[in-house]
Ligand binder design. Structure first.
Ligand SMILES: *Cc1c(COP(=O)(O)O)cnc(C)c1O
Length: 412
Protein backbone atom coordinates (compact mmCIF):
# COMPACT_ATOMS: atom_id res chain seq x y z
CA UNK A 1 0.00 0.00 0.00
CA UNK A 2 2.33 2.61 -1.37
CA UNK A 3 0.45 5.78 -0.57
CA UNK A 4 -0.71 4.97 2.98
CA UNK A 5 2.58 4.71 4.81
CA UNK A 6 4.05 5.27 8.24
CA UNK A 7 6.66 8.00 8.65
CA UNK A 8 8.35 7.98 12.05
CA UNK A 9 5.43 6.06 13.47
CA UNK A 10 2.72 8.31 12.05
CA UNK A 11 0.39 7.20 9.25
CA UNK A 12 0.31 9.36 6.12
CA UNK A 13 -1.89 9.51 3.05
CA UNK A 14 0.54 10.60 0.32
CA UNK A 15 2.11 13.80 1.77
CA UNK A 16 -0.42 14.43 4.51
CA UNK A 17 -0.51 13.12 8.08
CA UNK A 18 -3.71 11.31 9.01
CA UNK A 19 -3.83 12.62 12.59
CA UNK A 20 -4.10 16.20 11.39
CA UNK A 21 -6.87 15.30 8.94
CA UNK A 22 -8.79 13.52 11.69
CA UNK A 23 -8.46 16.57 13.95
CA UNK A 24 -9.67 18.92 11.22
CA UNK A 25 -12.44 16.84 9.69
CA UNK A 26 -13.45 14.57 12.57
CA UNK A 27 -14.07 10.84 12.58
CA UNK A 28 -15.27 8.46 11.23
CA UNK A 29 -13.47 9.66 8.13
CA UNK A 30 -12.90 8.05 4.75
CA UNK A 31 -9.62 9.07 3.13
CA UNK A 32 -8.80 8.18 -0.48
CA UNK A 33 -5.44 8.49 -2.22
CA UNK A 34 -5.71 10.06 -5.67
CA UNK A 35 -2.33 8.68 -6.73
CA UNK A 36 -3.43 5.16 -5.79
CA UNK A 37 -6.67 5.48 -7.76
CA UNK A 38 -4.75 6.67 -10.82
CA UNK A 39 -2.05 4.04 -10.48
CA UNK A 40 -4.58 1.23 -10.08
CA UNK A 41 -6.63 2.40 -13.05
CA UNK A 42 -3.56 2.70 -15.27
CA UNK A 43 -2.15 -0.66 -14.18
CA UNK A 44 -5.46 -2.35 -14.92
CA UNK A 45 -6.24 -0.58 -18.16
CA UNK A 46 -2.75 -0.95 -19.61
CA UNK A 47 -2.82 -4.70 -18.89
CA UNK A 48 -5.19 -4.93 -21.87
CA UNK A 49 -3.23 -2.71 -24.23
CA UNK A 50 -2.79 -5.66 -26.59
CA UNK A 51 -6.54 -5.80 -27.13
CA UNK A 52 -9.15 -3.39 -28.42
CA UNK A 53 -10.75 -2.70 -25.05
CA UNK A 54 -12.74 -0.42 -22.78
CA UNK A 55 -12.31 -0.33 -18.99
CA UNK A 56 -15.58 0.59 -17.28
CA UNK A 57 -15.15 1.29 -13.56
CA UNK A 58 -17.90 -0.30 -11.49
CA UNK A 59 -19.60 2.73 -9.98
CA UNK A 60 -21.11 0.81 -7.08
CA UNK A 61 -17.66 0.16 -5.63
CA UNK A 62 -17.06 3.86 -5.00
CA UNK A 63 -19.49 6.33 -6.49
CA UNK A 64 -18.25 9.62 -5.06
CA UNK A 65 -18.50 12.26 -7.81
CA UNK A 66 -14.91 13.43 -7.31
CA UNK A 67 -13.66 9.87 -7.60
CA UNK A 68 -15.67 9.26 -10.77
CA UNK A 69 -14.44 12.55 -12.23
CA UNK A 70 -10.84 11.64 -11.48
CA UNK A 71 -11.22 8.24 -13.18
CA UNK A 72 -13.10 9.70 -16.15
CA UNK A 73 -10.14 12.04 -16.67
CA UNK A 74 -7.92 8.96 -16.90
CA UNK A 75 -10.17 7.70 -19.71
CA UNK A 76 -12.37 5.33 -17.72
CA UNK A 77 -15.83 4.34 -18.83
CA UNK A 78 -18.37 3.29 -16.20
CA UNK A 79 -20.41 0.21 -15.40
CA UNK A 80 -23.68 1.33 -13.80
CA UNK A 81 -26.47 -0.61 -12.13
CA UNK A 82 -29.16 2.05 -11.59
CA UNK A 83 -30.58 5.32 -12.82
CA UNK A 84 -28.92 6.95 -9.84
CA UNK A 85 -25.51 5.71 -10.91
CA UNK A 86 -26.21 6.94 -14.46
CA UNK A 87 -26.97 10.36 -12.98
CA UNK A 88 -23.69 10.33 -11.06
CA UNK A 89 -21.63 9.18 -14.06
CA UNK A 90 -23.06 11.89 -16.32
CA UNK A 91 -22.62 14.53 -13.63
CA UNK A 92 -18.98 13.48 -13.30
CA UNK A 93 -18.49 14.08 -17.03
CA UNK A 94 -18.22 10.47 -18.17
CA UNK A 95 -18.64 9.98 -21.92
CA UNK A 96 -22.03 8.21 -22.29
CA UNK A 97 -20.60 6.12 -25.13
CA UNK A 98 -18.40 4.52 -22.47
CA UNK A 99 -21.26 3.55 -20.14
CA UNK A 100 -22.63 0.02 -19.86
CA UNK A 101 -25.72 -0.69 -17.77
CA UNK A 102 -26.00 -3.95 -15.78
CA UNK A 103 -28.52 -5.24 -13.23
CA UNK A 104 -31.49 -7.61 -13.01
CA UNK A 105 -34.22 -5.04 -12.37
CA UNK A 106 -33.95 -2.04 -14.65
CA UNK A 107 -37.19 -0.05 -14.54
CA UNK A 108 -38.75 1.53 -17.65
CA UNK A 109 -37.91 5.02 -16.36
CA UNK A 110 -34.26 4.03 -15.90
CA UNK A 111 -34.12 2.50 -19.38
CA UNK A 112 -35.58 5.71 -20.78
CA UNK A 113 -32.95 7.80 -18.99
CA UNK A 114 -30.13 5.61 -20.28
CA UNK A 115 -31.43 5.79 -23.87
CA UNK A 116 -31.77 9.56 -23.60
CA UNK A 117 -28.16 9.77 -22.44
CA UNK A 118 -26.98 7.59 -25.33
CA UNK A 119 -25.14 4.89 -23.36
CA UNK A 120 -23.08 2.29 -25.17
CA UNK A 121 -25.06 -0.78 -24.17
CA UNK A 122 -27.46 -2.55 -21.83
CA UNK A 123 -26.35 -5.80 -20.25
CA UNK A 124 -29.70 -7.57 -20.35
CA UNK A 125 -30.49 -10.14 -17.67
CA UNK A 126 -33.86 -11.59 -18.76
CA UNK A 127 -36.15 -11.98 -21.75
CA UNK A 128 -38.75 -9.82 -19.99
CA UNK A 129 -36.16 -7.06 -19.70
CA UNK A 130 -35.32 -7.40 -23.41
CA UNK A 131 -39.00 -6.91 -24.27
CA UNK A 132 -39.14 -3.86 -21.99
CA UNK A 133 -36.04 -2.28 -23.55
CA UNK A 134 -37.42 -2.94 -27.04
CA UNK A 135 -40.69 -1.26 -26.08
CA UNK A 136 -39.08 1.78 -24.47
CA UNK A 137 -36.62 2.20 -27.35
CA UNK A 138 -39.51 1.88 -29.83
CA UNK A 139 -41.43 4.64 -28.06
CA UNK A 140 -38.38 6.85 -28.31
CA UNK A 141 -37.73 5.90 -31.93
CA UNK A 142 -34.22 4.63 -31.23
CA UNK A 143 -32.38 1.30 -31.34
CA UNK A 144 -30.80 0.04 -28.12
CA UNK A 145 -27.54 -1.87 -28.27
CA UNK A 146 -27.73 -4.90 -26.01
CA UNK A 147 -25.62 -7.71 -24.62
CA UNK A 148 -27.04 -10.62 -22.73
CA UNK A 149 -25.51 -11.35 -19.39
CA UNK A 150 -24.77 -15.03 -19.63
CA UNK A 151 -24.58 -17.04 -16.44
CA UNK A 152 -21.88 -19.57 -17.28
CA UNK A 153 -22.46 -21.68 -14.13
CA UNK A 154 -18.89 -21.32 -12.89
CA UNK A 155 -17.94 -21.39 -9.21
CA UNK A 156 -15.84 -18.29 -8.49
CA UNK A 157 -14.83 -19.70 -5.06
CA UNK A 158 -15.59 -16.52 -3.20
CA UNK A 159 -18.12 -15.53 -0.49
CA UNK A 160 -21.62 -16.81 -1.40
CA UNK A 161 -23.12 -13.30 -1.24
CA UNK A 162 -20.71 -12.09 -3.93
CA UNK A 163 -20.89 -15.16 -6.18
CA UNK A 164 -23.02 -14.25 -9.17
CA UNK A 165 -22.30 -16.72 -11.97
CA UNK A 166 -23.67 -19.99 -10.61
CA UNK A 167 -26.95 -21.62 -11.70
CA UNK A 168 -28.57 -20.83 -8.33
CA UNK A 169 -27.85 -17.07 -8.61
CA UNK A 170 -30.44 -14.54 -9.80
CA UNK A 171 -28.13 -13.02 -12.40
CA UNK A 172 -28.18 -13.34 -16.18
CA UNK A 173 -29.49 -16.09 -18.40
CA UNK A 174 -28.25 -19.66 -18.53
CA UNK A 175 -26.47 -20.54 -21.75
CA UNK A 176 -29.32 -22.72 -23.05
CA UNK A 177 -31.89 -19.93 -22.69
CA UNK A 178 -29.45 -17.38 -24.10
CA UNK A 179 -29.63 -18.83 -27.58
CA UNK A 180 -33.37 -18.25 -27.84
CA UNK A 181 -32.92 -14.79 -26.33
CA UNK A 182 -30.37 -13.78 -29.01
CA UNK A 183 -32.68 -15.07 -31.75
CA UNK A 184 -35.51 -13.03 -30.28
CA UNK A 185 -33.31 -9.92 -30.01
CA UNK A 186 -32.21 -10.33 -33.63
CA UNK A 187 -35.86 -10.22 -34.71
CA UNK A 188 -37.01 -7.31 -32.57
CA UNK A 189 -37.22 -3.86 -34.17
CA UNK A 190 -35.61 -1.68 -31.58
CA UNK A 191 -32.78 -3.68 -30.07
CA UNK A 192 -29.49 -4.71 -31.63
CA UNK A 193 -27.68 -7.65 -30.00
CA UNK A 194 -24.06 -6.54 -30.33
CA UNK A 195 -22.44 -8.05 -27.25
CA UNK A 196 -21.99 -10.89 -24.82
CA UNK A 197 -21.52 -10.28 -21.12
CA UNK A 198 -20.80 -12.12 -17.90
CA UNK A 199 -19.83 -11.20 -14.35
CA UNK A 200 -19.27 -14.24 -12.18
CA UNK A 201 -18.49 -12.75 -8.79
CA UNK A 202 -16.28 -10.50 -6.74
CA UNK A 203 -13.00 -10.84 -4.84
CA UNK A 204 -11.76 -13.70 -7.06
CA UNK A 205 -8.25 -14.73 -6.10
CA UNK A 206 -7.44 -17.05 -9.01
CA UNK A 207 -7.77 -16.71 -12.78
CA UNK A 208 -9.24 -20.15 -13.45
CA UNK A 209 -12.93 -19.24 -12.96
CA UNK A 210 -12.51 -16.25 -15.33
CA UNK A 211 -10.91 -18.45 -17.98
CA UNK A 212 -13.49 -21.17 -17.54
CA UNK A 213 -16.25 -18.58 -18.07
CA UNK A 214 -14.41 -17.12 -21.06
CA UNK A 215 -14.12 -20.54 -22.70
CA UNK A 216 -17.86 -21.08 -22.33
CA UNK A 217 -18.59 -17.66 -23.79
CA UNK A 218 -16.27 -18.20 -26.76
CA UNK A 219 -17.89 -21.51 -27.53
CA UNK A 220 -21.26 -19.73 -27.48
CA UNK A 221 -19.86 -16.93 -29.64
CA UNK A 222 -19.14 -19.46 -32.40
CA UNK A 223 -22.68 -20.79 -32.11
CA UNK A 224 -24.08 -17.29 -32.54
CA UNK A 225 -21.84 -16.70 -35.53
CA UNK A 226 -23.27 -19.84 -37.08
CA UNK A 227 -26.72 -18.28 -36.71
CA UNK A 228 -25.59 -15.12 -38.43
CA UNK A 229 -25.58 -13.08 -35.21
CA UNK A 230 -22.40 -11.00 -35.24
CA UNK A 231 -21.08 -10.03 -31.83
CA UNK A 232 -18.77 -7.02 -31.51
CA UNK A 233 -18.36 -6.66 -27.75
CA UNK A 234 -17.27 -9.19 -25.15
CA UNK A 235 -17.80 -7.92 -21.61
CA UNK A 236 -16.09 -10.04 -18.96
CA UNK A 237 -17.35 -8.08 -15.97
CA UNK A 238 -15.34 -7.31 -12.87
CA UNK A 239 -14.37 -9.43 -9.93
CA UNK A 240 -10.59 -9.41 -9.68
CA UNK A 241 -9.69 -9.68 -5.98
CA UNK A 242 -7.32 -7.66 -3.82
CA UNK A 243 -5.14 -8.47 -0.82
CA UNK A 244 -7.12 -7.65 2.34
CA UNK A 245 -5.07 -10.03 4.47
CA UNK A 246 -2.94 -12.90 3.18
CA UNK A 247 -4.70 -13.34 -0.17
CA UNK A 248 -2.45 -13.30 -3.21
CA UNK A 249 -4.76 -12.51 -6.12
CA UNK A 250 -3.30 -12.37 -9.63
CA UNK A 251 -1.90 -9.00 -10.69
CA UNK A 252 -3.99 -7.24 -13.38
CA UNK A 253 -1.07 -7.79 -15.77
CA UNK A 254 -1.47 -11.57 -15.37
CA UNK A 255 -5.21 -11.25 -15.92
CA UNK A 256 -4.56 -9.11 -19.01
CA UNK A 257 -1.96 -11.50 -20.38
CA UNK A 258 -4.21 -14.53 -19.92
CA UNK A 259 -7.15 -12.85 -21.66
CA UNK A 260 -4.98 -11.38 -24.40
CA UNK A 261 -3.54 -14.80 -25.20
CA UNK A 262 -7.03 -16.16 -25.82
CA UNK A 263 -8.57 -13.12 -27.52
CA UNK A 264 -5.82 -11.44 -29.49
CA UNK A 265 -6.91 -12.38 -32.99
CA UNK A 266 -10.62 -12.07 -32.43
CA UNK A 267 -12.58 -9.19 -33.95
CA UNK A 268 -13.96 -8.17 -30.57
CA UNK A 269 -13.83 -5.12 -28.32
CA UNK A 270 -13.27 -6.41 -24.80
CA UNK A 271 -15.06 -4.61 -21.97
CA UNK A 272 -13.93 -4.93 -18.35
CA UNK A 273 -15.80 -3.75 -15.27
CA UNK A 274 -13.30 -3.59 -12.40
CA UNK A 275 -14.44 -2.06 -9.12
CA UNK A 276 -12.72 -3.40 -6.03
CA UNK A 277 -9.30 -3.82 -7.68
CA UNK A 278 -9.25 -0.09 -8.50
CA UNK A 279 -10.83 1.33 -5.35
CA UNK A 280 -10.37 -1.13 -2.49
CA UNK A 281 -6.82 -0.34 -1.48
CA UNK A 282 -7.12 3.32 -2.48
CA UNK A 283 -9.02 4.18 0.69
CA UNK A 284 -8.97 3.88 4.48
CA UNK A 285 -11.52 4.53 7.20
CA UNK A 286 -10.20 6.45 10.19
CA UNK A 287 -11.92 6.03 13.54
CA UNK A 288 -11.38 7.12 17.14
CA UNK A 289 -11.51 4.90 20.21
CA UNK A 290 -14.39 6.20 22.33
CA UNK A 291 -13.96 3.73 25.21
CA UNK A 292 -12.11 0.57 26.05
CA UNK A 293 -13.59 -2.15 28.23
CA UNK A 294 -12.93 -5.74 29.18
CA UNK A 295 -15.02 -8.57 30.54
CA UNK A 296 -13.86 -12.07 31.47
CA UNK A 297 -14.25 -13.19 27.83
CA UNK A 298 -13.15 -10.23 25.74
CA UNK A 299 -11.31 -6.95 25.42
CA UNK A 300 -13.31 -4.39 23.49
CA UNK A 301 -12.27 -1.28 21.63
CA UNK A 302 -15.45 0.74 21.19
CA UNK A 303 -14.82 3.02 18.22
CA UNK A 304 -16.81 5.76 16.49
CA UNK A 305 -17.07 3.92 13.15
CA UNK A 306 -19.76 1.26 12.96
CA UNK A 307 -21.49 -1.18 10.64
CA UNK A 308 -23.44 1.71 9.14
CA UNK A 309 -20.08 3.16 7.97
CA UNK A 310 -18.42 -0.09 6.86
CA UNK A 311 -20.72 -3.10 6.69
CA UNK A 312 -18.35 -5.59 5.07
CA UNK A 313 -17.19 -7.29 8.30
CA UNK A 314 -20.81 -7.69 9.48
CA UNK A 315 -22.25 -8.70 6.11
CA UNK A 316 -19.52 -10.91 4.65
CA UNK A 317 -17.37 -11.62 7.70
CA UNK A 318 -14.68 -9.73 5.79
CA UNK A 319 -11.22 -9.08 7.13
CA UNK A 320 -9.89 -5.53 7.13
CA UNK A 321 -6.40 -4.86 8.38
CA UNK A 322 -6.43 -2.34 11.24
CA UNK A 323 -3.49 -0.24 12.42
CA UNK A 324 -2.80 2.66 14.73
CA UNK A 325 -2.76 6.15 13.24
CA UNK A 326 0.08 7.00 15.65
CA UNK A 327 2.18 4.02 16.70
CA UNK A 328 2.83 3.69 20.42
CA UNK A 329 4.68 0.35 20.43
CA UNK A 330 2.65 -1.11 23.27
CA UNK A 331 2.31 -4.87 23.68
CA UNK A 332 -0.46 -6.52 21.62
CA UNK A 333 -3.63 -8.16 22.91
CA UNK A 334 -6.70 -9.65 21.27
CA UNK A 335 -9.51 -7.13 20.85
CA UNK A 336 -12.97 -6.99 19.39
CA UNK A 337 -13.19 -3.66 17.57
CA UNK A 338 -16.86 -2.70 17.79
CA UNK A 339 -19.04 0.29 16.92
CA UNK A 340 -21.73 2.08 18.94
CA UNK A 341 -24.67 0.47 17.07
CA UNK A 342 -27.19 -1.63 18.98
CA UNK A 343 -26.45 -4.92 17.21
CA UNK A 344 -24.05 -7.68 18.23
CA UNK A 345 -23.19 -7.91 14.53
CA UNK A 346 -21.72 -4.41 14.70
CA UNK A 347 -18.00 -5.03 14.60
CA UNK A 348 -15.03 -4.11 12.43
CA UNK A 349 -12.83 -6.96 13.68
CA UNK A 350 -13.07 -9.78 16.19
CA UNK A 351 -10.31 -11.41 18.22
CA UNK A 352 -7.78 -9.16 16.50
CA UNK A 353 -4.23 -8.83 17.87
CA UNK A 354 -3.67 -5.10 18.24
CA UNK A 355 -1.38 -2.96 20.34
CA UNK A 356 -3.16 -1.83 23.49
CA UNK A 357 -4.58 1.44 22.17
CA UNK A 358 -6.21 3.83 24.57
CA UNK A 359 -9.30 5.99 24.70
CA UNK A 360 -9.02 8.99 22.37
CA UNK A 361 -6.45 7.36 20.08
CA UNK A 362 -7.19 6.62 16.45
CA UNK A 363 -7.19 3.57 14.25
CA UNK A 364 -7.06 3.19 10.46
CA UNK A 365 -9.15 0.48 8.84
CA UNK A 366 -7.35 -0.37 5.61
CA UNK A 367 -8.71 -1.52 2.23
CA UNK A 368 -11.91 0.45 2.75
CA UNK A 369 -12.05 2.28 -0.60
CA UNK A 370 -14.47 -0.15 -2.27
CA UNK A 371 -17.93 -1.09 -0.94
CA UNK A 372 -17.22 1.08 2.10
CA UNK A 373 -18.94 4.43 1.90
CA UNK A 374 -21.23 3.24 -0.93
CA UNK A 375 -22.79 0.62 1.36
CA UNK A 376 -23.11 2.99 4.30
CA UNK A 377 -26.44 3.94 5.85
CA UNK A 378 -28.00 6.13 8.53
CA UNK A 379 -28.88 3.23 10.83
CA UNK A 380 -29.22 4.42 14.43
CA UNK A 381 -29.56 7.93 12.92
CA UNK A 382 -25.83 8.18 12.48
CA UNK A 383 -24.74 10.84 9.98
CA UNK A 384 -22.67 9.32 7.21
CA UNK A 385 -18.93 9.94 7.29
CA UNK A 386 -16.95 12.66 5.57
CA UNK A 387 -14.96 11.58 2.48
CA UNK A 388 -11.62 13.20 1.64
CA UNK A 389 -9.32 12.76 -1.32
CA UNK A 390 -5.64 13.39 -0.71
CA UNK A 391 -3.73 14.30 -3.86
CA UNK A 392 -0.04 14.83 -3.07
CA UNK A 393 -0.07 17.63 -0.49
CA UNK A 394 -3.64 18.75 -1.33
CA UNK A 395 -6.87 17.76 0.40
CA UNK A 396 -10.21 17.71 -1.40
CA UNK A 397 -13.41 17.41 0.62
CA UNK A 398 -15.15 14.92 -1.65
CA UNK A 399 -18.21 14.71 0.59
CA UNK A 400 -19.03 16.76 3.65
CA UNK A 401 -20.01 14.96 6.80
CA UNK A 402 -23.79 14.64 7.02
CA UNK A 403 -25.66 16.63 9.65
CA UNK A 404 -28.73 15.65 11.65
CA UNK A 405 -30.66 18.11 9.46
CA UNK A 406 -29.50 16.26 6.32
CA UNK A 407 -30.78 13.00 7.73
CA UNK A 408 -34.32 14.24 8.40
CA UNK A 409 -34.50 16.63 5.43
CA UNK A 410 -37.04 14.54 3.49
CA UNK A 411 -39.21 13.66 6.46
CA UNK A 412 -42.48 15.44 7.21
C1 LIG B 1 -20.21 -5.37 -8.74
C2 LIG B 1 -20.05 -5.56 -10.19
C3 LIG B 1 -18.80 -5.33 -10.80
C4 LIG B 1 -17.55 -4.99 -10.03
O1 LIG B 1 -17.10 -6.05 -9.27
P1 LIG B 1 -15.67 -5.96 -8.53
O2 LIG B 1 -15.57 -7.24 -7.82
O3 LIG B 1 -15.75 -4.80 -7.60
O4 LIG B 1 -14.63 -5.78 -9.57
C5 LIG B 1 -18.72 -5.43 -12.18
N1 LIG B 1 -19.81 -5.77 -12.92
C6 LIG B 1 -21.02 -5.99 -12.36
C7 LIG B 1 -22.16 -6.35 -13.23
C8 LIG B 1 -21.18 -5.90 -10.99
O5 LIG B 1 -22.37 -6.15 -10.44
Amino acid sequence: MHHFQYRNGALFAEEIGISGLAKTYGTPLYIYSAATFRRHFKAFDSAFDGLDHLTCFSVKANSNLSVLKMLAKEGAGMDIVSGGELYRALKAGVDPRKIVYSGVGKRASEIREALAAGILMFNVESVAELARINEVAGNKGVTAQVSFRINPDVDPKTHPYISTGMAKNKFGLDIESSLAAYKMAAELENVDPVGMDCHIGSQLTTLEPFLEALDKLLEFYEKLKGLGIGIKYLDLGGGLGIPYDEEEPPHPSEFGAALSARLKDMPLTVILEPGRVIAGNAGILVTEVIYTKSNPAKNFLIVDAAMNDLIRPSLYDSFHRIGEVEEHHRPARAFDVVGPICESGDFLARDRELPAVEQGERLAVFSAGAYGFTMSSNYNTRPRACELIVDGDKVIVARKRETYEDIVANEL
